[in-house]
Ligand binder design. Structure first.
Ligand code: PLP
Length: 432
């Protein structure tokens, strides 16, 4: 499979180049030149396949033969090695729990898969790859965990001092070894501009193989289509229309679903649910896309004012009418999100995190509007509620249990290097 830029001005590249480059030279994002259609037989037989078998099949269709079958199988078995169970709330509504990975958020899928892909492409080189990521929380911990102990790859994570939660900071700083956490005296924007400067620096370019592991890398996006197929496998009555509700920030998760739909997965409708950072729902209503500064909410992993995967969505459905047929966009306030957490706890005895709660509200709104009676509604639950313990406990007025994985990390000693927000300091660390 060849990959093209969403701006269509750069030349086509291999999967390997798309992964190493991250973004295309013309500033666009990489997408497969064609989304392959999967034969109907696969969907008829899907009950027979495991999550890993489904993932392999989807990945091979999207990547082609650039990674040989056995290697790709192994890479998937080692990265997609935790479950994504579908939990039934009632006869129509289900939760797809995407938080069973090591950092308890769905970003583990992308980060772990990308780490294995980079390792595979780099295995015969004797040059170390350097990964540089600015993070305000979840992405950094998934990347740290995914790349931990991977030979030939060194990771530098920049995070703003005092501006990530204690749990998040522990998840960034507990690893050590090939993972270096840099605590920056500055804001997240400072971290991001330092990273951007590093990618443009000639001296760094000469000495290091620098790669970004941010969410626009296609290797992080690709595995986010796997679990849509796996969710379908887990539905009981496959004749009912399938509605996925996705809590959205940068829209990578939704893009994974749109790719699955293009491959032939029978999805009736997507709900793109956001918090008050509602640039995309507004686009679906008005046809104008106007990025705005982000606003802080309790579903903070979705506090995005300029969703980075927008060009990919447009490349898949280039006219606005078709996009509106496929996706229902809607946004909700923090107050409604808190009420939803409470409602789900009281009605279904299920504890949901603030991001999943936004997804729940989105699904509910859509089915009320359409007066749907029989459907397979699937809410993507993107993080374990314990990651947002204070918000969740306050909403449901009940203590929640912290999973042992998280407790272990909280016990570890914090290791990080404190630096100023001056680029020269970062450069010195990278070059030494
Ligand atoms: C990153 C994240 C999101 C948003 O996902 P996108 O792919 O950026 O839309 C939602 N929930 C949680 C918990 C996240 O970490």
């Amino acid at each position: 499979m060849k990959f093209q830029s969403t701006n269509q001005k750069s030349k086509l590249v291999s999967f390997r180049d798309a992964v190493f480059k991250g973004t295309a030279e013309d500033g666009g994002l990489f997408m497969p030149v064609k989304i392959p259609k999967i034969q109907d037989q696969f969907f008829k037989d899907i009950d027979k396949f495991s999550f890993q078998e489904i993932s392999f099949f989807v990945a091979q269709n999207l990547i082609g033969d650039e990674i040989p079958t056995n290697e790709l199988k192994q890479l998937i078995n080692e990265s997609i090695n935790f479950d994504a169970p579908l939990v039934r709330l009632d006869k129509n509504i289900n939760i797809l729990e995407l938080f069973h990975g090591p950092t308890l958020a769905f970003k583990d899928f992308g980060a772990r898969f990308m780490a294995k892909v980079l390792f595979y492409f780099n295995r015969d080189q004797n040059k170390e790859i350097t990964i540089l990521v600015a993070t305000s929380g979840d992405t950094g911990s998934a990347v740290a965990s995914g790349f931990y102990n991977i030979k030939g790859i060194k990771v530098y994570l920049l995070y703003p001092s005092g501006k990530v939660s204690q749990i998040q900071e522990q998840q960034l700083c507990a690893f050590g070894d090939n993972i270096v956490a840099l605590e920056v005296d500055g804001t997240f924007d400072d971290c991001q501009s330092m990273v951007k400067r590093a990618f443009k620096d000639k001296e760094i370019e000469e000495k290091l193989i620098l790669t970004s592991a941010n969410s626009i890398n296609f290797a992080r996006l690709l595995p986010q289509s796997f679990y849509y197929f796996y969710a379908y496998k887990q539905t009981i009555d496959k004749t009912k229309p399938l509605v996925f509700s996705v809590p959205c920030g940068n829209f990578g998760n939704l893009t994974g679903g749109l790719i699955a739909a293009k491959m032939g997965l029978p999805i009736f409708k997507f709900v793109a649910a956001t918090n008050i950072n509602d640039v995309f729902p507004i686009y679906l209503k008005t046809k104008t896309f106007t990025p705005k500064p982000s606003i802080m909410t309790i579903s903070n992993a979705m506090d995005v004012g300029n969703p980075s995967n927008f060009p990919r969505i447009i490349s898949l459905y280039n006219d606005w009418e078709t996009l509106n047929e496929k996706i229902f966009g809607v946004s909700f306030s923090d107050e409604l999100t808190i009420n939803a957490m409470k409602e789900i706890f009281e009605k279904y005895n299920y504890i949901i995190d603030p991001h999943g709660a936004v997804g729940f509200l989105g699904l509910k709104k859509y089915i009320e509007l359409e007066k749907m009676k029989h459907f397979n509604g699937i809410i993507l639950e993107t993080a374990h509620p314990a990651k947002f313990v204070d918000t969740v406990e306050k909403a449901i007025q009940t203590k929640i249990k912290i999973p042992t994985e998280l407790e272990e990390i909280l016990k570890k000693e914090k290791s990080s290097i404190r630096i100023s927000n001056q680029f020269s300091e970062l450069k010195e660390i990278l070059l030494n």
